[in-house]
Write a protein that binds this ligand. Sequence first.
Ligand code: GLY
Length: 571
Amino acid sequence: MIQQSWRSVVLGWLCLEVLLLLAGQGFAIAQVQRGVQARRAMVVTAHLLASQVGIDILRQGGSVVDAAIAVQFALAVVYPSAGNIGGGGFMVIRQQDGRVYALDFRETAPLRAHRDMYLDSLGNVIPGRSLYGHLAVGVPGTVDGMVKAHQRFGRLPWHRLLEPAIRLASEGFPLTQREAAKLNRFREKFLQYNRKPPPYVRPDRPWKAGDTLRLPALAVTLRRIQQEGRKGFYEGETARLLVAEMQRGNGLITLEDLQQYEARWREPIVTAYRGYRVISMGPPSSGGVLLAQLLRIVEDYPIAQWGWMDWRTLHLMIEAEKRVYADRARYLGDPDFVRMPLRGLLSKSYLRERMRSFRFDRATPPDSITFGNPYRYESEETTHFSIADSAGNAVAVTTTLNGPYGSFVVVEGAGFLLNNEMDDFSAKPGVPNAYGLIGYEANAIAPRKRMLSSMTPTIVDRDSVLVMVLGTPGGSTIITSVFQTILNVLDFGMTMQQAVAAPRFHHQWRPPWVYYEPGRFTPAIRRKLEALGHVLRQRRSIGRVDAILRLPNGILEGGADPRGDDTAVGW
Ligand code: GLY
């Protein structure tokens, strides 16, 4: 079995190599073959070691949720820029009988937070305050989320799910080229926001690929979570260390915040699309609502007939994206705090009304207000993983510290990174956050409120049979990346690997630009879209989709995004 799994990994690498080679030479994406294939189960994550942990847990008789929990903890070790115990996320689950569930372990604003906490005396947003250091941190949700997922869907004992992460943290693991470079890039930030240099800073020289990163303090914290469950994080020594860290850096989180934190089961957003059922995350993520709106809009048009590279397909998708992101800014927030017109937002008649201004011969004029560059980050971090088995059980998890390495604050003595999720609130009505997203009252800061997310963990099935599991990091671009990947498979007939590798684009209403990766927007298409009035901006990679497709013969195909170290491991 182990040999089989290794064969899958090697095949996966080969596939990605071929893919990159082809992309580099400008070949059409259609030449890329299928991703890793396996009969019994598939795990696709941002890191080979985490994918292997997931498969090992399934081999031991664990459920897909057990595997997801073990992967979440493993990523907190081997993928520190987004994997976490000091952040939050969302889990969408499909059971083999077709029942679906959604778990919200999003961070909350601390009790001492208030709506103007990032404004100066003149009412202007203080740059960076919601992004870096102790004030940027929301109350972490990951550990309670994993505990709640295990209580409901766990099969193996809890302690076994923590063991691989503890081993990786205490024994250490080799850094990939990408992670080594990223740690070096952010070295100064780690030094700036921590009293003592954390283990992510190498004292003697820059990190290089193959160096071993050991995280002994994190291993001890994980051991406490292993032995005490929720209490091992939200009470006792870990909580004491976290609060002491907050006090050192003038952060807001108290013991009361930690004790009060609760992950919540939510109703997933379920929509029909051309005979498929698409299940995704509802508020406090905007992901499921916007994905459903986008799918319901394009369903009225024959995009498969027009084709993947046809200007009409692209123009329609861009115009739909503009409109749904405008809705996001106005209406969406934490369902425990705001009433949202979800039925209206998702109704066909409302969406048709929204598209009444859509014209084939011109772009809807962009708003005259200009915004700053939303892509201040090196990349939009967050990470997604997909797990599925042959019986049709599936889990899609998107989890995050928000920016790369979150707030850069590592809890002294406890060894884990804290998020900077407070930036996902609207610090001031109409002022964009790090992703260029704006918001109003619905996403204003309030104690215990969850900040609006774009994370879109998604599962697709049809006639009671699992079809696809997917999601991605990418901040505001998450929703449009998931949308395009679904269309790539369902409308344009791509394999899973082709669909995740295919170039992507993004429009979020404000700023009034279409961002695109090279490859799909040929010079002729660019000329056509510009003639219609679209303003195009090429940018580096958009998202890192990790996905699984169940083929008609029951084989599972992993799609691991070649934009990162992402790896599919099959069984
Ligand atoms: N922090 C990114 C998101 O939740 O959308």
